[in-house]
Ligand binder design. Sequence first.
Ligand code: HEC
Length: 172
Amino acid sequence: MKIKFIFFNLLLLVAFSAIAAPPVEEGKTIFSARCAACHNVNKILTGPALAGVNERHSIDWIISFVKSSQTMVKSGDKEAIALFEKFNKIQMPDHQDLTPDNIKNVVEYIKSEAKTGEEKAPFAKPSKLRPNYTPLSLTKDASLFIGYLGVVALLIMVLLFAVQLKQYERNS
Ligand code: HEC
């Protein structure tokens, strides 16, 4: 009976790990809540259209800028000053509470939403039909795969343990 209970819990664990939000989804949530008032990926609003931002700047630059754009303007960063001037000296608010990973996920979301202009057929790429779809890649999602391997290894270990336990019960 106890063993069944352990198995049930393990199954629950596996099920939950499969539901955890992927990075692009997290980026979308942050973008909608914190950035969409001034930014659209493909249109200029109060702030610039963010499509291709990862090609215009390094990821470190983007992280510093999102955390505190005015700090960069004041420190004399040329790109930041040029943008600030171009957008009529509107100050982009600081987002000090966002972690580098949060901001990277927002950039991933921007990449997934950006129109490339080379659209051929609507069914040419699943990522066009479903902008948030990112195919699993062994290198990018290594932690995911390792996590799953870990869970599988754990399951096997518990299984072996259960067999031993049964044998022990039978012998005693
Ligand atoms: C109150 C409006 C506002 C909000 C909210 C806002 N921004 Fe901005 N953003 C701007 C403005 C205006 C600029 C142009 C630079 C400047 O004026 O300092 C800008 C510039 C940028 C740039 C540089 C873009 C380029 O083309 O080089 C990035 C990246 C950026 N914002 C990301 C974000 C992210 C990510 C968020 C949400 C976490 C966000 N912004 C929230 C107004 C905003």
